[in-house]
Design a protein around this ligand. Sequence first.
Ligand SMILES: NC(=O)c1ccc[n+]([C@@H]2O[C@H](COP(=O)([O-])OP(=O)(O)OC[C@H]3O[C@@H](n4cnc5c(N)ncnc54)[C@H](O)[C@@H]3O)[C@@H](O)[C@H]2O)c1
Length: 337
Amino acid sequence: MKIIVTGGAGFIGSNFIKMILADCSNIQKIVNLDLLTYAGNLANLKDVESDSRYHFIKGDITDYDTVEKIVSADKFDLIVNFAAESHVDRSIYDSRVFVHTNILGTQVLLDAAKRNKVNRFCQVSTDEVYGSLTDKEPSFTEDNPITPSSPYSASKAGADHLCLSYYHTHKLDVVITRCSNNYGPYQFPEKFIPLFISNAMDEKKLPLYGDGKNIRDWIHVLDHAAGVWSACINGKAGEVYNFGGGNEYGNIEIANKIVDILGKDNSLIELVRDRPGHDWRYAMDYTKATSELGWIPKFNFESGLKDTIEWYQENRAWWEEIKSGDYLNYYEKHYGK
Ligand SMILES: NC(=O)c1ccc[n+]([C@@H]2O[C@H](COP(=O)([O-])OP(=O)(O)OC[C@H]3O[C@@H](n4cnc5c(N)ncnc54)[C@H](O)[C@@H]3O)[C@@H](O)[C@H]2O)c1
């Protein structure tokens, strides 16, 4: 198989590329197209950079000419689109690049897939497109209405709609995966779990939004990567598949687990002003992925979290380098005030 993976230098994309290169014998070629924004990091892929099947191209998915050149250069079986602006907080601060990358970028890729007759397009989406649940509501199924709350999730929802429109209008073979919150190695340390692990390791405060009781469903990144691959291989064209870990926890429970595992004092946890429009609860019903794709999450959350914390302890240099950079000023530098 010949595959284009976009955003492969990010957290999930890099785990996905390493997983399929290690586990799938039929991979002939993977082209990783990544712009290397503040969130992209080639260090995530150093284990595979000498693999002759792996090729990296620095480029922007919103750039028509770049994308056309790459997609037309070979007969590709599959495009998997991980590339996105992915941090909700940043989308509240400035949503321009979210709309640009997440919607326009997806449209450019879809057009290139259509023109060049790529066999399948897999869009990696999120549970956040469904909006928020109350404590009593059942988990999201694929039939839930799309009611995103943040500019991030709205841009991902826009991309999902566009993908399905290419399936209906142009008969492009599209599958969409929607997944809950990921944790695991190589996650950018602005995100909740790696931020709290790295801060706690350095005895820094752990800023928890609101009353800390918002609920998320956590899934190990390798379970998600396996889910995306199963949708790519066994998914039905035009279908959406939900993936989740079945691990619903309040954010404060996660914060307490992290300080406990690290042997730190939970006085490090500090409640701060809530995120505007903060979704209350996400939970995924992944019955369809299990029955149609044979997928189930394999990681136990307690041991997965412990292993993740160990990874951040053993790879201090990886996150220290990121945290010492000026990634917080990324948007101002690139897009102005
Ligand atoms: N992290 C989660 O918990 C989660 C959950 C569900 C779905 N998702 C989705 O999975 C995908 C990957 O998420 P992640 O957490 O790995 O994100 P990430 O921010 O770690 O990585 C995103 C990658 O995309 C690249 N990128 C950004 N703009 C680009 C552009 N214009 N052209 C080419 N590359 C570009 C970045 O350089 C980076 O390598 C996203 O689409 C996200 O919406 C994430």
